[in-house]
Design a protein around this ligand. Structure first.
Ligand SMILES: [Zn+2]
Length: 334
């Protein structure tokens, strides 16, 4: 490839990213050290009163949402990203849920931008690079999918077409839910992430988002069932159950998506190789009920014994009753 034509999108993926003086989004050098962007956008912190609340980081420490920032250049901050924020805010809270679902590509980029911001802020990669002989924090496969995710997040100012299993689609699985809102505003917001599977779970008042940067593998496999479960207004506890299911499912994905990228007519065409590859082995490991129960317990903030039967052969569900009928859980307004 002619070096002059090296697509802009490939620059940030090289070794220079994850530095204090480069924009987390486009990779360009910053003019001012104070050029920053909140990982959780200001409007979101305002809406859910997150300023003083804290988020757990990978190293076991916590940080206030208001202090979690990434270096970001003025142009990205004021052009692409603020346009994205305005759109997402409108899709989620100013329009019927069908509009957000129609724009799930924007929603996916938005949640992955938050996830990448957290990873960026934690400076995982420089630590790894500064101790080349040390323990690898990110396995190679994860670094690869992270690079690809970083690339896709730039779809705001680059024209990127993603194709998987013969369809033009979005480069991940994203599900958007209509939720019942708890009466106490202090309980309106939940954020969970899983950096191994690059998955995000967000409860935002009466909206819920679950997304994973898996090239669509979860969606191809169980998307229909998830959408059926999410076709009605769910109680937050039911949404958490779906979150546990999707996070566990994403953890069972045993392939690393491979891509072919071409650049022509100012468009990046990214083709995902068939997920199964040449192996007859299914792309997801077998579902283990008890392993799933651990995910469920984590999402419900309870001990695993609270969501399993005494002999551990059964796992609780809030979605269906014993006859398989949908369960309606009212909001407790005591
Ligand atoms: Zn930038």
């Amino acid at each position: 490839m002619n070096t002059k034509k090296v697509p802009k999108a490939f620059r940030p993926i090289n070794k220079r990213i994850y530095s204090r003086n480069r924009c987390f989004y486009c990779g360009n050098l910053l003019r001012s050290k104070n050029s920053k962007e909140h990982v959780f956008p200001k409007w979101l912190q305002e809406k859910f009163n997150l300023w003083d609340q804290t988020i757990h980081l990978l190293n076991g420490t916590t940080i206030q949402y208001s202090k979690l920032t990434v270096p970001c250049c003025h142009r990205c901050n004021t052009v692409h990203l603020s346009k994205l924020e305005n759109r997402v805010k409108r899709y989620l809270f100013g329009e019927p849920i069908s509009v957000a679902r129609k724009h799930s590509g924007d929603i996916l980029i938005w949640v992955l931008k938050i996830l990448l911001g957290i990873i960026y802020a934690e400076r995982l990669l420089p630590w790894q690079r500064s101790k080349p002989g040390g323990r690898r924090i990110l396995p190679r496969e994860m670094k690869d999918s992270l690079s690809m995710t970083h690339f896709f997040v730039q779809g705001l100012d680059l024209k990127i077409e993603f194709e998987a299993e013969g369809q033009i689609r979005i480069p991940g699985s994203v599900f958007i839910f209509n939720l019942k809102q708890l009466p106490d505003p202090a309980e309106h917001f939940t954020f969970r992430d899983d950096l191994n599977s690059l998955s995000v779970f967000m409860r935002l008042g009466n909206r819920g988002i679950i997304a994973t940067a898996d090239g669509g593998a979860v969606d191809f496999d169980v998307g229909g069932a998830v959408r059926r479960d999410g076709a009605v207004k769910l109680h937050p506890v039911q949404f958490s159950e779906i979150g546990a299911k999707i996070f566990y499912k994403a953890s069972l994905f045993n392939r690393t998506a491979k891509y072919m990228t071409m650049y022509s007519n100012k468009t990046y065409r990214v083709m995902q190789m068939p997920l199964a590859g040449l192996s007859p082995r299914p792309v997801f490991d077998d579902w283990d009920h008890f392993a799933y129960a651990h995910f469920l317990a984590l999402f419900m903030n309870v001990d695993v014994s609270r969501v399993t039967s005494a002999d551990q052969s059964l796992v609780s569900t809030w979605l269906y009753d014993k006859d398989g009928n949908r369960t309606y859980i009212p909001i407790d307004t005591k």
